[in-house]
Design a protein around this ligand. Structure first.
Ligand SMILES: [Zn+2]
Length: 241
């Protein structure tokens, strides 16, 4: 059976974590990266990682929740990351549909700098703000985090092309690509190099990544095992597993 890995989920929202993880295991999904969204869920996410060895953790401030940051959130953020070098950064990013894009940029920028300093991969959410995200990446220069994952990627082939100039950027496809009506997104999937693709549930049921891999294989016109093996190798390299 090919191996799968859910590169971005929110298990902290699952009502039955043992149930969803055993279902994931039964379809060949070896684990997942559980992303926090705000300071108040960092501990819950880290606790899930302590209990379940197949769960890797990322902590961060999602653009929807920047209003929940206390004055010293970044101090706590850095200190928490320093407790274990396996903790990654996510989910962070920009979302044009939510208020104060300038504050979002500042908070994302701080998290990108700390991720670089502590050498941690980052999981990035971007809605309607690709020019700004690309600007942040460019302006960081060599001070970029070691790996940047564009989660639930839904950009155009043009945005993909700009992102692929950076060897340290991956795009992660979610069940959104199962929607046959999203023809532009399917064009993007078709032009994405296999060695830069990850898959994710973006929810609380990691088993769904098997469907995402099957759809990528269909779009690329190659067999599912080849896609599964390459995508697993990609995430394995990022997580050192
Ligand atoms: Zn998410």
């Amino acid at each position: 059976m090919p191996k799968y890995f859910d590169a971005h989920c929110h298990l902290q929202n699952a009502t039955d974590i043992p149930g969803v993880l055993s279902r994931a295991e039964s379809v060949g999904c070896a684990g997942c990266v559980c992303n926090a969204t705000r300071p108040s869920d960092w501990n819950a996410v880290l606790e899930i990682g302590r209990v379940w060895s197949c769960v890797r953790c990322a902590i961060g401030v999602h653009p929807w929740y920047i209003g929940e940051c206390s004055a010293n959130w970044d101090v706590v953020f850095r200190q928490t990351l320093m407790t274990d070098k396996k903790i990654m950064v996510g989910e962070i990013g920009l979302d044009i549909n939510h208020p104060d894009i300038t504050a979002q940029e500042r908070i994302m920028g701080t998290q990108m700098e700390i991720a670089h300093e502590l050498s941690r991969p980052v999981w990035i959410h971007c809605v309607g703000a690709w020019d700004r995200v690309l600007h942040i990446i460019k302006s960081l220069g060599a001070h970029r985090p070691p790996v940047m994952i564009m989660h639930a990627f839904a950009g155009t082939p043009q945005i993909l092309h700009q992102l692929m100039r950076y060897d340290d950027v991956y795009v992660s496809y979610s069940p959104m690509i199962l929607d046959a009506h999203r023809t532009k997104l399917i064009d993007t999937v078709r032009t994405t190099p296999l060695n830069r693709i990850l898959v994710e549930s973006d929810g609380s049921d990691p088993a769904v990544v098997t469907d995402v891999v099957a759809r990528i294989a269909e779009i690329h016109g190659i067999d599912t095992d080849t896609v599964a093996n390459t995508v697993f190798k990609n995430i394995g390299g990022i997580l050192s597993i």
